[in-house]
Structures are given as structure tokens and as C-alpha cells.
Design a protein around this ligand. Structure first.
Ligand SMILES: *[C@@H]1O[C@H](CO)[C@@H](O)[C@H](O)[C@H]1NC(C)=O
Ligand SMILES: *[C@@H]1O[C@H](CO)[C@@H](O)[C@H](O)[C@H]1NC(C)=O
Length: 375
């Protein structure tokens, strides 16, 4: 190549590369761990560094379990969402300091409730909904959510716990149903649509226009779902024994607390999901056209940690050490830093095949040699 053309090409290719970094990252799963150059598997299953190594980082799909920062240890306390100073609204600016923030906005945004009762998580036609996560984890204890739900067909409100290995406990309010709530739980994200897993529970007054307190009272041996202080469902660990009798399919790993509003009733969803959420979203609904968004309202979240799980003064969090012989993740406390190091940037490299195919299609055949050399 002539020198000028070569320089132009390299500049173009490098600009393209930084653009592409934001478009698609390398995937990770149980059989395809992340490389050392992008060691952390995010909760969405993509390899990267920086913020990819914080909350939700999948330790068993990462380069090493310790590639992920530890899960910050539980601290009891209450967040009132009338004050958003403890909410980091720019997730890319978060460096893992769970003392500075109690919550991170993962996607979407919050607005103050016009009635001063808390904050609204909002759903627009363009934002794919809003999700916030606690910066700290809880490993048994209780969580009180005080909230009003959304009330529109196809729109779902959720208040859940979610661990890095996808143990999950749910409250979910699908669609226009405002007289009931669905309870559910998952062990390592394994789908099991048996009648014993999900359960709908009646609520005493309209969930979209009354604040109720929805509680997970989560212990090593049992889990209570409670509404306004009354136990409405109990799950005993002993009732979750696997078919081969080797382990319990019971949520038992440290978990973040997450709140969300999300669009289930769209053509992007499976028909079963659309039906579950009460049909398609009506974007011409007067509430939407008047406000510019659909919403739910979060008043407060109160966490009471079950202590002391082998914690000492220096304990920073929980870390994973692989699986035991029955496939159950091993979790221990650790003193390792929960912070990203200063200047640690978020890098999300493309997978090799995608890099090549995109370069080829965009720059034409001449890019092949330069592309291979450059990337
Ligand atoms: C979010 O934080 C990143 C990293 O610090 C910064 O570059 C970006 O401008 C911030 N975005 C907003 C909207 O403040
Ligand atoms: C973490 O945040 C707290 C509270 O804002 C602050 O006092 C502390 O210096 C921060 N730690 C680091 C290492 O940035």
C-alpha cells in the first residue's frame, strides 16, 4: 500500500475498532471462559474489564473466579428514594466503592415522584426500561420493598434478589393486574416451570395506587415472602432437594437487590411472555402520552443483614472458589479490595470472528491483511 493510503487506512481502522468495541463484546458461558485480556464475564454474558468486574460479574464464567471483585459485604440500612444522593446514576463512573453509593442505575433512569413519595423508575419506547441494583450483596437476612407498581398491559414491575450465579428470589407484577403479585425463586438460573415454583398471591388493595411493604425474609433453611408484615408464602430448603438427592435447589448465594420496570409486551418478547404480561403495550395510552413514560414508584428499601457469617473487621465481601463435587458454588468471605484500581478502564474486545467479518464487510477485501495485522 502507498504510505498515505496506509496511514489513512490505519486511522480509519482504529476509529472503526473503537466504535466496534462498544457494539459487541466477546461472549462467555460455562464452557467458554473469558480470556486474561478481558477477564470478567458480565451479568449479560460478555467479557470485559473495569465495570464488568463489579456487581453481577459471573465468577465461574470469568478468566478466574477472583477476576471479579468480591461481592461487597452486607450493611444493614434503609434507602429512602426521596433522596437520590446514595444512587449512582452513571454506571460507567462507578468504581466499586459501595460506601459511597447504595445503588447503581444499570439501565434507564429515575425521576422524582411528583407527589414527593419517592422515585419513579421509567419505561419509554426507546429506553428498554429501567433497572437499578444495590451495590452491596445480602447473604440471608430481610429486605422490605415499599412501592407502587405499574398498571399497564405489557409493562412489568419487579423487585428481586439476584446472585452472580443466578440464584434469584422474585416479586413480580405483570401487566394490568393490580390485585395480585407473583412470587418465584430460581436456583442457578435453571428454568423449572413446575407448579410449585411460581405462585400468585392476592394483595388487599390496588398495587398501583397504594404503597405496600413486600418482604423477603430469607434464611439458610427457609424463605418467607411477606406482604405488609404477613407471611404469604414459605419455601423450606428441605423441599427443594434435587432428584438425585445430592443437593438443594434453593437460593443460597450472596445476592444483589434489583428493582426494575421492563417492557414484556413487545414484539421482541416470546408469545408466552407477552401473554403473561397481559398483552402488548399501548404506547398511545393517555398516561404515556401525557407523561412521556410509564412508571412505578419506589418509596424505600430496607435491608437487615443476617450476621455474622464469618465476618471479621477486615472482611470486605464474598468471593467464589469454584464448585463443590455436586456442582454447588463455594462462597467464602474475603478481605480483598472491592474497588477497581485507579485508571482501570472498561474494555470490551470483540470476538475474533466478528471483528474479521465486520472489517471485511465494511472495508472490503483490501482490509483483510491490515485488519488481521491490526487486531
Ligand atoms: C459518566 O461517567 C463517565 C466516566 O466517568 C463519563 O465519561 C461520562 O461523561 C459520564 N456521563 C454522564 C452523563 O455524566
Ligand atoms: C469511598 O467512599 C467513601 C464515602 O464517600 C469515601 O470516604 C472513601 O474515601 C472512598 N474510598 C475510596 C478508596 O475512594
Amino acid at each position: 500500500m502507498p504510505r498515505l493510503a496506509c496511514i489513512t487506512f490505519l486511522a480509519l481502522a482504529s476509529a472503526l475498532f473503537s466504535l466496534l468495541q462498544q457494539v459487541a463484546a466477546q461472549g462467555c458461558n460455562a464452557t467458554s471462559l473469558c480470556p486474561s485480556t478481558a477477564p470478567c464475564c458480565s451479568e449479560y454474558g460478555f467479557c470485559g474489564s473495569g465495570t464488568y468486574c463489579l456487581g453481577g460479574c459471573e465468577p465461574l464464567h470469568s478468566y478466574k473466579p477472583t477476576s471479579c471483585r468480591p461481592d461487597p459485604i452486607c450493611v444493614s440500612g434503609e434507602t429512602s428514594f426521596t433522596d437520590l444522593s446514595r444512587v449512582q446514576q452513571n454506571a460507567t463512573a462507578y468504581n466499586g466503592n459501595a460506601t459511597a453509593y447504595d445503588w447503581v442505575v444499570n439501565t434507564g433512569s429515575l425521576v422524582a415522584d411528583p407527589n414527593g413519595q419517592g422515585a419513579r423508575l421509567i419505561l419509554t419506547q426507546n429506553n428498554s426500561g429501567t433497572k437499578i441494583s444495590s451495590t452491596r450483596y445480602i447473604h440471608y437476612g430481610s429486605i422490605d420493598f415499599v412501592l407502587e407498581t405499574s398498571k399497564w398491559a405489557g409493562v412489568v414491575t419487579a423487585a428481586i434478589t439476584m446472585s452472580d450465579v443466578k440464584d434469584e428470589i422474585d416479586w413480580e407484577w405483570p401487566g394490568a393486574t393490580t390485585d395480585a403479585v407473583q412470587t418465584n425463586f430460581w436456583y442457578l438460573g435453571i428454568a423449572n416451570y413446575s407448579a410449585t415454583q411460581g405462585a400468585s398471591i392476592g394483595v388487599s388493595s390496588d398495587t398501583s395506587s397504594n404503597f405496600h411493604t413486600y418482604t423477603f425474609d430469607w434464611h439458610e433453611d427457609y424463605l418467607n415472602w411477606m406482604i405488609d408484615g404477613n407471611v404469604v408464602r414459605t419455601l423450606f430448603k428441605t423441599d427443594t432437594l434435587s432428584d438425585d438427592g445430592s443437593h438443594y435447589k434453593y437460593p443460597s448465594t450472596p445476592s444483589r437487590i434489583q428493582l426494575s420496570i421492563w417492557p414484556a409486551g413487545t414484539s421482541a418478547s416470546a408469545q408466552g411472555t407477552i401473554d403473561w404480561a397481559g398483552g402488548y403495550i399501548n404506547w398511545s395510552d393517555e398516561d404515556y402520552t401525557t407523561n412521556g413514560y410509564f412508571w412505578n414508584t419506589i418509596q424505600s428499601v430496607k435491608v437487615s443483614c443476617e450476621q455474622a457469617q464469618n465476618t471479621t473487621a477486615g472482611t470486605t465481601g464474598w468471593a467464589y472458589g469454584g464448585n463443590d463435587s455436586t456442582g454447588v458454588p463455594i462462597v467464602t468471605t474475603t478481605n480483598a479490595s472491592i474497588l477497581l484500581s485507579a485508571g482501570e478502564t472498561t474494555i470490551t474486545p470483540l470476538s475474533t470472528s466478528l471483528r474479521l467479518s465486520v472489517v471485511l464487510s465494511l472495508l472490503g477485501g483490501v482490509a483483510l491483511l491490515g485488519g488481521v495485522a491490526l487486531f
